[in-house]
Ligand binder design. Structure first.
Ligand SMILES: C[S@@+](CC[C@H](N)C(=O)[O-])C[C@H]1O[C@@H](n2cnc3c(N)ncnc32)[C@H](O)[C@@H]1O
Length: 300
């Protein structure tokens, strides 16, 4: 049962309706029938939000009253986890074979564009010994790349609001035999002292988060002076989960970007750079890749 950031926004005033819909339907489709899930969730959206005017009313409401707190939970494993889910997550993530499987999946995806992506990793490992914080672990694609490069001198901490995703980092750390740990917490309020990390990184995660300015401020706070913040983020705004909902109501790309900025959500790498500058980060490098993802390198 996966809620995403734009669902939170649209159902900010009525999250129980969304939860009920998920509870009644998600397991009938996931993971075997994604197309079916898409169809039924678009129908649900239309039944709740009949037209573009109502969609915009909801966006305006969130823009005005939304906060960096979770209201739905990212999925049913963070705010309503049951014993079976917990035991399954712990036992599966405790096995080296699970890390091996995750590493194989991630490496397959990364075979293409290797050179381009080395820039991301090279900047994270800018010192002899690196204290790395990864924002958003998700399926572990970025985590795999970081852990592959780690030596015994490096330390990794990963944060994801989703408990199961956090455990992906543990499985990969076991497989690569490195000093790494994933924790379930929110990026809006990182449970770390100021200036703890020499690198903060985020691989394709900001597009699924709300309240980007709060997250980037937190990244600044926990980074050491001279430390690097390296972000890989989707170039094409249509490759985001937000697009799925906006497209149901025929928003143009320009309208969508306008609204994402109002909502303090991911509105493209240029907007992220504006927020980074406002937080005090100094620009180091930028790689724009219109077909894939942009890489932003900033320093505190
Ligand atoms: C697209 S996934 C990340 C992909 C991953 N980095 C990779 O390379 O495979 C986005 C993740 O962001 C997490 N997330 C969303 N909002 C968050 C928040 N406020 N705090 C922490 N994690 C959050 C979600 O749970 C999800 O796992």
């Amino acid at each position: 049962m996966v809620f995403n950031a734009i669902d939170d926004v649209l159902f900010w005033e009525d999250i129980d309706t969304l939860k009920k819909f998920f509870e009644e339907n998600w397991k009938n489709f996931y993971p075997h029938d994604f197309a079916g899930w898409r169809k039924i969730s678009a129908e649900f959206m239309k039944s709740q939000i009949p037209d573009k005017a109502e969609f915009i009313r909801r966006l305006e409401k969130y823009a005005e009253v939304g906060k960096p707190v979770w209201i739905s939970g990212r999925n049913n494993s963070i705010d309503d986890i049951d014993t079976d889910t917990m035991i399954k997550a712990i036992t599966v993530s405790s096995k080296i074979s699970n890390g091996e499987q995750k590493a194989a999946q991630a490496s397959k995806l990364q075979e293409k564009h290797q050179l381009h992506r080395n820039i991301y990793i090279d900047n994270i490992f800018h010192l002899q010994s690196n204290h790395i914080l990864e924002l958003t672990i998700g399926a572990g694609g970025g985590t795999n790349r970081v852990m592959k490069r780690m030596t015994e001198r490096d330390f990794y901490m990963g944060v994801d609001i989703d408990f199961i995703c956090a455990k992906n980092a543990d499985a990969l750390a076991k497989y690569y035999n490195v000093n790494g740990l994933g924790i379930a917490a929110s990026l809006w309020n990182l449970p770390f002292n100021d200036c703890m990390f020499t690198s903060v990184c985020c691989c394709h995660g900001l597009n699924e988060c709300r309240e980007i300015p709060t997250i980037l401020k937190e990244a600044y706070r926990v980074l050491k002076p001279g430390g690097k913040f390296v972000i890989e983020c989707t170039h094409n705004i249509r490759n985001t989960q937000s697009y799925r909902d906006f497209s149901i109501y025929n928003f143009s790309d320009e309208e969508m970007i306008y609204w994402l900025k109002q909502l303090r959500m991911y509105a493209g790498s240029q907007n992220v750079e504006e927020i980074l500058a406002a937080c005090g980060f100094k620009f180091c490098n930028r790689i724009i890749d219109v077909n894939l993802r942009d890489i932003l390198v900033y320093e505190k």
